[in-house]
Design a protein around this ligand. Structure first.
Ligand code: FAD
Length: 223
């Protein structure tokens, strides 16, 4: 079950350039799902801190995982709330002035309550979701998580209580008086590309001798 609108609310209302804002879950969840990682913000030992980490979304919940002693994760659990940001870099928007020049992006900011996932079966299921969030289909190709790995891993659930997206796209916003200046203006789209896989050469087995798995082949076809 997902909600259609995740904002605006007291935390998520975009004040600066509100015309770029979106609050519908379709837009926000597509940004969260496309993002390869997020930044989690919190207070650690009295100081503001933001750290990059992987995330996986299921419905209106974002999952994070890390070591049981992860300081930032522990701090958001203790506080009971978190703010999480993701950003997709879509290229350059080059105006005729530096002031109006910018980058194309889609970003999302999430605010929500935090809880620890304790149940081992549920943890296991979520960790598989993580593996597939990084590379769809990979959880079916790897060995299963051991009990010790499960014990060492902290899994945190952040309910997506409020969220906003900001989307910067389209042609540049040169003001009227700049339009006749003989300066090139335009956009340069950018995207993430995966290159040829390099098999692992450590250990007894050279994995280059093993057929490339379906998950990696599908990734390269999508790239
Ligand atoms: C790649 C990238 C580069 C940027 N570069 C700059 C820059 O150089 N200078 C600059 O001033 N700004 C930049 N921004 C925009 C920046 O993220 C803020 O939106 C902006 O600085 C306004 O800050 P504020 O505190 O006034 O936000 P406010 O509008 O007051 O923020 C209120 C609420 O709006 C929402 N919100 C704000 N920003 C975003 C966002 N980006 N995505 C989703 N929700 C948001 C949040 O829920 C936030 O709590 C950039 C954004 C991206 C993604």
């Amino acid at each position: 079950m997902t909600r259609d609108q995740l904002g605006p609310g007291p935390l998520s209302r975009v004040r600066r350039l509100p015309k770029k804002a979106a609050y519908d879950s379709k837009t926000i969840y597509s940004i969260l799902d496309e993002a390869r990682f997020c930044h989690v913000s919190g207070i650690v030992n009295g100081r503001a801190m933001a750290l990059p980490t992987l995330h996986a979304r299921e419905g209106d919940v974002l999952y994070l995982h890390g070591s049981q002693s992860n300081a930032l994760m522990r701090s958001i659990v203790e506080r009971g709330e978190a703010s999480i940001t993701v950003t997709l870099y879509d290229g350059l928007r080059l105006a005729r002035s530096g002031f109006e020049s910018s980058v194309a992006y889609r970003s999302a900011v999430v605010f929500g309550a935090v809880s620890i996932v304790d149940d081992p079966q549920e943890k296991l299921r979520i960790l598989e979701t993580f593996v597939d969030a990084v590379l769809p289909g990979r959880s079916q190709e790897v060995r299963s998580t051991s009990e010790q790995e499960l014990r060492l891993t902290l899994v945190v659930a952040v309910s997506i209580d409020e969220a906003s997206a900001k989307v910067s796209a389209g042609p540049t916003d040169d003001p009227e008086e700049d339009l006749e200046l003989p300066i090139w203006s335009g956009t340069v789209p950018a995207r993430l590309v995966f290159e040829a896989p390099i098999p692992t050469r450590n250990g007894a087995m050279v994995t280059g001798d093993i057929e490339l798995p379906g998950s990696v082949r599908a990734l390269l076809e999508r790239s």
